[in-house]
Design a protein around this ligand. Structure first.
Ligand SMILES: Cc1cc2nc3c(=O)[nH]c(=O)nc-3n(C[C@H](O)[C@H](O)[C@H](O)COP(=O)(O)OP(=O)(O)OC[C@H]3O[C@@H](n4cnc5c(N)ncnc54)[C@H](O)[C@@H]3O)c2cc1C
Ligand SMILES: *[C@@H]1O[C@H](CO)[C@@H](O)[C@H](O)[C@H]1NC(C)=O
Ligand SMILES: *[C@@H]1O[C@H](CO)[C@@H](O)[C@H](O)[C@H]1NC(C)=O
Ligand SMILES: *[C@@H]1O[C@H](CO)[C@@H](O)[C@H](O)[C@H]1NC(C)=O
Ligand SMILES: *[C@@H]1O[C@H](CO)[C@@H](O)[C@H](O)[C@H]1NC(C)=O
Ligand SMILES: *[C@@H]1O[C@H](CO)[C@@H](O)[C@H](O)[C@H]1NC(C)=O
Length: 636
């Protein structure tokens, strides 16, 4: 971990101030809202923003974490490698010791602040393969999840803006498959680097192994090309700087930070389908609990760790697990918290001949602070770009020996098994690793994409403030270790291209030995998470005996709760996961609004006084009525 940040993190960068942002439960003007959203993260802010476009709905967003809108570390793109785990932005989770990684355990970062993980992630922005979404449509039997249907949401989500250095991007992406009308600024690489031309030259030299892909953002991911990032004007775009910023000054949105939801409460009558239209939250362990109610729905957007944890605390989950902790079982669902999947990667570091690598930059306080000055003055320069300019997605060859024993887990023939990310510096964030004190480096991260290992999130305690057990079970299938081995081998072919001949001096700290067993040992010793957890509240076919949510994202066997976040993804997609989460959340908003309009229409048709009703609904009296209407809570 880089430690250079101390001098800058204290500096405050004033941004537009937020409106109805409350910090204490006592400040909340109401205790009943139409919609209560749990988690102001990547997905939660999309829902808050889209639902609040209709001024008739009242919306409360509860966020456990803080507001860090002035924190430069979350704004300046290249400060991201300096953001440590175990910070005030983070849940400070640690995964369980991993048998597939030589028994190693390490921090598992999750954002605990407005914007959630979108405020602390590496800003790589893409959506996955079209086949990923077609497969979800097939699993759920809902054509609305098909890529051809889902991709319409790119229009509202994405706002392609010029890169920080204003370079000509016409050879680096395909404008026709993007949007300039959406809410979140996205751009191509913000600074050029000397290795970029060599990467692209390698795609020309080895087009069979490493074909060039002009744009991975249109559902067609295979090949190597230019990064698109959630960066605009040299600053991070998070769900907080885009969606929440648009919503928070609307009078119908209230956001409360420092509010950790501890439980959903069983409301209404004890009917066949239990409804949960209230949530309980507290600031910290031992602090008083507050209850707020949702007239229409609760949207759980607490992420792949937080969402299953809240369900389990609420008595929705595997019966035996709940009973062991004396949590009353309301819905026995064996899938809650199960099927945790993730992407992992391993660094291949090379010593290089290059004055332009970022290593010296990170070591040199003078260059560092003058670049910081440039960023402050113009939002350009080294700090305006992220950690990589080029990445690519690839498949194992179709005759790979693993396919004689393992069915291809990718979503289709145009979906990836592994990925390569090229960084212009020594990148290895394994705890305890110390960066070299001199020299220039390049890093190729080899990543496992279509992983087949599955783990779980479980409660250790009924105490909502205790961390759950997070066990991703990395590299516990023959397919996963095979694919990582092939991905590492591929980087050796990559750097053997003529394009690198006068550039690379030697591999460093890499595989010792030439046998497969040597590569496997290296991978198990070095691999780390890409922090792309999915699957813990999986979508599934309507009425299926497995899975946590129905195709419309409503929690199975429960009334009044929907889940919208990365946890619903049934398998790891061919992408870094924020893009898929944004598209899912955009569609979910449409589903929620559509259902609600339908319900109101039905009501209008049943009664005969449409005009009067509309007038009533839009009056402030109606809004007060909605806020005050009571919802009885069952004792559970
Ligand atoms: C360090 C890091 C780097 C990453 N890099 C990339 C990248 O470059 N590109 C990419 O596409 N993806 C990346 N990812 C992954 C991506 O950011 C996540 O998949 C995505 O943001 C998840 O969105 P989400 O809405 O599911 O959860 P989150 O964005 O994590 O939101 C969950 C929110 O719920 C809140 N919450 C949780 N529990 C409670 C509770 N009990 N009460 C109240 N609030 C609660 C959390 O504090 C958080 O704000 C990275 C992730 C991390 C951590
Ligand atoms: C995580 O650790 C940091 C630093 O110790 C601390 O400030 C923060 O409160 C911790 N977060 C949680 C959720 O415990
Ligand atoms: C960008 O480059 C393309 C291809 O070289 C060229 O056709 C186009 O005119 C350039 N655009 C600008 C704004 O210079
Ligand atoms: C895990 O997911 C698979 C589908 O990928 C499903 O068949 C299985 O039932 C799930 N397991 C649990 C415990 O939900
Ligand atoms: C796969 O096919 C290629 C040629 O198409 C061949 O070079 C390679 O050896 C084959 N690999 C295996 C494992 O059969
Ligand atoms: C670089 O650092 C290594 C390890 O500290 C040292 O052995 C070597 O002499 C240094 N080289 C230069 C050029 O400073």
């Amino acid at each position: 971990m880089r430690t250079f940040n101390n001098l800058v993190l204290a500096v405050s960068w004033a941004t537009a101030s937020l409106g109805a942002l409350y910090t204490e439960p006592s400040q909340l003007p109401h205790l009943t809202y139409d919609y209560v959203i749990v988690g102001a993260g990547t997905a939660g802010n999309v829902i808050a923003s889209r639902l609040s476009e209709n001024s008739l709905y009242s919306i409360l967003v509860l966020e456990a974490g803080i507001s860090a809108e002035d924190d430069l570390a979350t704004i300046v793109p290249l400060l991201i490698p300096t953001l440590p785990p175990n910070s005030p932005h983070d849940w400070n989770y640690t995964i369980t010791p991993q048998s597939g990684l030589d028994g190693r355990a390490f921090p598992y970062r999750r954002g605990r602040l407005l914007g959630g993980s979108s405020t602390i992630n590496f800003m790589i922005h893409q959506y996955g393969s079209s086949e990923d979404f077609d497969k979800i449509a097939e699993i759920t039997n809902d054509v609305g999840w098909k890529w051809d249907s889902l991709k319409q949401h790119i229009e509202k989500h994405e706002k392609i803006v010029p890169p920080a250095d204003g370079h000509n991007t016409s050879s680096q992406y395909v404008p026709a498959i993007h949007s300039t009308n959406g809410i979140m600024p996205v751009s191509l690489a913000g600074r050029s680097q000397s290795i970029d031309a060599r990467v692209i030259a390698t795609t020309k030299e080895m087009p069979h192994d490493f074909p060039f892909n002009k744009d991975m953002g249109g559902g067609d991911v295979l090949g190597l090309g230019w990064i698109q990032s959630s960066i605009g004007g040299g600053k991070r775009s998070s769900s907080a700087t885009s969606y929440l910023a648009a919503a928070i000054n609307r009078p119908n949105v209230h956001v409360l930070i420092n509010a950790q939801v501890t439980k959903l409460l069983h409301t209404g009558s004890l009917s066949a389908v239990p409804s949960f239209r209230a949530v309980q939250f507290a600031r910290k362990p031992g602090a008083p609990q507050t209850v707020v109610k949702a007239r229409k729905e609760i949207i759980l957007s607490a992420g792949s760790i937080g969402t299953p944890q809240i369900l389990l605390l609420s008595g929705i989950g595997p019966k035996a697990e709940l009973q062991a902790l004396n949590i009353p079982v309301v819905v026995d669902n064996p899938s809650v918290g199960q099927n945790l999947s993730d992407h992992i990667w391993v660094p291949n570091n090379y010593k290089v001949r290059d004055e332009d690598s970022l290593d010296d930059f990170f070591r040199d306080p003078l260059r560092f602070s003058s670049a910081m000055k440039e960023w402050h003055a113009r939002k350009t320069g080294i700090f305006a770009g992220g950690i990589t300019n080029n990445l690519g997605f690839f498949r194992l060859p179709s005759n790979a020996s693993i396919f004689s024993t393992t069915r291809d887990p990718a979503s289709g023939l145009n979906s990836a098994h592994w990925e390569m990310v090229v960084a212009n510096f020594y990148l290895n964030y394994k705890p305890g690793v110390v960066e070299p004190v001199n020299g220039s480096y390049m890093t190729i991260q080899s990543a496992l994409i279509s992983s087949t290992s599955r783990g779980a999130v479980k409660l250790i305690s009924a105490d909502p403030f205790a961390h759950p057990l997070i066990n991703p079970n990395y590299l516990t299938t023959p397919f996963d270790i095979f694919t990582m081995r092939e991905a590492v081998k591929a980087t050796k072919r990559f750097v053997s291209a003529d394009a690198w001949r006068d550039y690379i001096e030697s591999p460093v700290g890499g595989v010792v030995g030439t046998e497969d067993a040597d590569i496997d040992a290296y991978v198990r010793d070095q691999a780390l998470s890409m922090l792309h957890a999915t699957g813990t509240a999986s979508i599934s076919p309507k009425g299926a005996s497995w899975g946590v949510v129905e195709p419309d994202l409503k929690v199975k066997g429960v009334d009044g709760v929907r889940i919208v976040d990365a946890s619903i993804l049934p398998f790891p997609p061919s992408a870094h996961t924020q893009g898929p989460v944004y598209l899912i959340a955009e569609r979910a908003s449409q589903l929620i609004v559509g259902e609600n309009l339908q319900a109101e229409l039905d009501f209008h048709f049943r009664t005969d006084w449409v005009v009067e009703l509309q007038a009533f609904l839009s009056s402030s009296a109606a809004r007060m009525y909605r806020f005050c209407q009571d919802i009885p809570i069952m004792s559970n």
